[in-house]
Design a binder for this molecule. Structure first.
Ligand SMILES: [Mn+2]
Length: 312
């Protein structure tokens, strides 16, 4: 037998040993990888917060946290690949580094990046997504991922602040299914989990104010003069990119014609009065985007303007 053949045989024997590795030692190893990844995010967030404090003058800073979550999607996949594309577009040299109202994005007191949650590791290890709650930056600006992330983030923000928050939710869909296709944590159920409600009647019962596109022209003046967060701990803003008409954002999974224009959303945001304690930009699907990633730039501009509004 030649050396090569003997070596081959040796590897086959080794492989058989590896195949019978116990489930618990595999899980233990994966858990250590997850802990290390989450520790890295926490340490990064701590250092960034220290930098912001040392620079002085910041009451609140938006901290980007990418959540490449996709397994609660329905119909098609894709939002899991969004966070790096949105981040790339946020810092893209093709656009101005100031926001519309003059905040400088190069200033870490306006926007800083805490990293990305290791969703794939968490999922493979069977760890509940509730684990995500352990790592919120103080004022998280979440880049999804599918919309199911809003539930654990709002819960974490609310627990951290010790009370309820007002939620301003832009979407082509109310995401109020009790469960969707059997998934209790579906991206179509995030707001049902937040309010433990379902349907229009339940929305009424829980004090959810719904404004539909068909009455938007009539509601515009009211929506452009919102004052939220009074009597609660602040305002959380959730932007599903599919709230936009597909003319403005075709890179989404669930295209719904007749939606808002980008300017409609930005005007509502810019005029909003209230202390924004957290927010998310979700459901951008790079696999449906144009070849020049136009919708990534749209999602990025939402994140930039939201960061400007949050930071103070
Ligand atoms: Mn939607």
């Amino acid at each position: 037998m030649s050396n090569i053949a003997r070596r081959g045989l040796h590897y086959i024997v080794q492989r058989k040993v590896a195949d019978v590795v116990s489930k618990s030692s595999l899980e233990n190893g994966q858990n250590r990888v997850i802990d290390a990844s989450l520790s890295l995010i926490r340490e990064k967030a701590k250092l960034k917060a220290k930098l912001v404090r040392n620079l002085g003058g910041a009451v609140a800073t938006s901290a980007l946290l990418g959540v490449p979550l996709g397994h609660n999607s329905s119909f098609i996949q894709g939002p899991a690949f969004a966070p790096p594309r949105i981040k790339e577009a946020i810092w893209c040299g093709s656009t101005n580094s100031t926001t519309e109202q003059g905040k400088v994005l190069d200033d870490p007191r306006v926007i800083t990046d805490a990293g990305d949650i290791p969703i794939q590791d968490i999922r493979d290890c069977g760890v509940d997504d509730k684990r995500l709650m352990d790592v919120p930056p103080l004022r998280p600006l979440i880049l999804g991922g599918d919309h199911s992330i809003t539930f654990p983030v709002v819960r974490a923000v609310s627990e951290k602040l010790g009370g309820q928050v007002d939620i301003l939710h832009f979407d082509a869909h109310p995401d109020l299914y009790d469960d969707f296709e059997g998934n209790y944590y579906s991206h179509a159920s995030s707001f049902a989990r937040i309010m433990e409600a379902h349907g229009r009647d339940q929305a009424k019962k829980f004090g959810v104010e719904l404004h539909e596109m068909q009455t938007f022209a009539k509601d515009r003046a009211y929506l452009e003069n919102l004052k939220l967060g009074e009597g609660v701990k602040g305002v959380y803003i959730s932007i599903d990119v599919d709230c936009l008409d597909p003319a403005f954002a075709q890179g989404v999974s669930h295209i719904e014609s007749g939606g808002l224009s980008f300017r409609d959303v930005i005007t509502i945001l810019q005029n909003l009065q209230g202390d924004i304690v957290g927010g998310d930009v979700v459901e951008y699907n790079p696999q449906r985007d144009t070849s020049d990633n136009m919708t990534a730039l749209v999602a990025a501009k939402f994140a930039r303007e939201l960061a400007a509004k949050m930071s103070k």
